[in-house]
Design a binder for this molecule. Structure first.
Ligand code: ADP
Ligand code: MG
Length: 331
């Protein structure tokens, strides 16, 4: 078959909706039929995972949550297990700021549904009640494929990591097809491998407060770039914006930051870290980044100040020179 295939020039480009977002796949420099087959596989993978990993639609994760709530031990779904392990590990490394088992809190705020979220914010008493129950990954025993919770308030919501995890599996799939040069972009969060011809992949970081691009980054051979922003899902009520990233310590949307961009090799880590550092905010992000092994961070706070570590600063090219940049110590 290889003999009859043509080089894809310039690239295969495929878009589809999955995991609640537009997925955009670009493959460069592979035979057209190989790229075509790989793209079909990726689309299938993402479509299937949407149901499996959705906490609030019938599927594997929902069933898992129901069994966890019984506090009885049960065999974990073997496909879901590695994702749960990844989420639990990243949660521990983030001191619980990335907390994948605050599903009840996410649902109370209404950010679980695929519908546009709407106010008013929930009753403070109900938030405090969930905080008191304090669900954490430390409540979950995961041994020999068996899962058990000792806290009835534990509910997985993998919205902060599943996209990254899916992107990692997608890149593995591409590589298994022999594809070396590609970008798999899920709603602006992406992992890139190889190059775009004889130049590196170059991507834009969205401006959290404008329509355009804030900065550009050239990517190395295999890197993921993930951004968490307060503009992704939110509602406004009485002049206050309530968005979808919850500070698990207080039960309210984390309110010190407008966006956090993280570069890391694997997408699952980058995804969870972007969420964790968003919660950590300007005071704590360096500590959490170090714990999670993150080497490139750009955080924009509510005053528009851009916080970066020096290695990140070396890599970003701003469209317009930012007014206020605060460089941290090296990570
Ligand atoms: P996005 O890519 O949608 O901007 P994130 O990767 O930051 O967002 O994930 C946000 C989603 O993660 C929320 O919609 C919710 O499902 C879940 N979530 C909210 N707060 C947290 C948190 N502190 N830790 C883990 N997951 C969270
Ligand atoms: Mg995330």
């Amino acid at each position: 078959m290889a003999g009859c295939s043509q080089p894809a020039d310039p690239a295969l480009h495929r878009q589809f909706f999955a995991l609640g977002t537009l997925v955009d796949l670009t493959i460069y420099g592979s035979a057209a039929d190989t790229a075509e087959r790989a793209a079909t596989d990726i689309e299938q993978l993402f479509t299937r995972r949407h149901a499996d990993w959705h906490a609030w639609q019938p599927g594997t994760l929902q069933a898992t949550n129901r069994q966890l709530a019984t506090l009885e031990g049960f065999p974990a779904d073997p496909e879901l297990l590695p994702l749960l392990r990844t989420a639990n590990r990243l949660s521990r490394l983030s001191n619980g700021l990335f907390n994948p088992v605050i599903g009840k809190l996410v649902a109370l705020w209404g950010f679980h549904s695929d519908e546009r979220p709407d106010g008013p914010p929930p009753d403070n008493d109900r938030i405090l009640e969930l905080l008191r129950q304090n669900p954490s990954v430390a409540d979950i025993a995961l041994q020999d494929g068996q899962l058990q919770s000792r806290n009835p308030a534990v509910r997985y919501d993998l919205g902060g990591v599943a996209k990254g995890y899916a992107v990692d599996r997608g890149i593995e799939l591409l590589q298994s097809h022999g594809i070396d040069n590609a970008i798999l972009n899920a709603g602006g969060d992406l992992r890139a491998i190889g190059h775009h011809g004889d130049r590196p992949w170059r991507i834009g970081i969205r401006d959290p407060r404008g329509p355009g691009v804030l900065a550009a980054i050239e990517l190395g051979d295999d890197e993921s770039v993930f951004t968490s922003g307060d503009y992704e899902r939110f509602f406004d009520h009485d002049g206050t914006r309530y968005h979808h990233i919850i500070d698990p310590r207080i039960g309210y949307p984390a309110d010190t930051v407008t966006s956090v961009t993280v570069i890391h090799t694997d997408a699952a880590t980058a995804d969870a870290a972007a969420t964790a550092l968003f919660v950590a905010g300007p005071e704590l992000w360096q500590t959490i980044a170090r714990q999670m092994g993150i080497r490139y961070v750009m955080l924009i706070d509510h005053n528009g100040t851009i916080h970066m570590n020096p290695a990140m600063q070396q890599r970003v090219t701003f469209d317009t020179a930012p007014a206020d940049v605060r460089l941290s110590k090296p990570l």
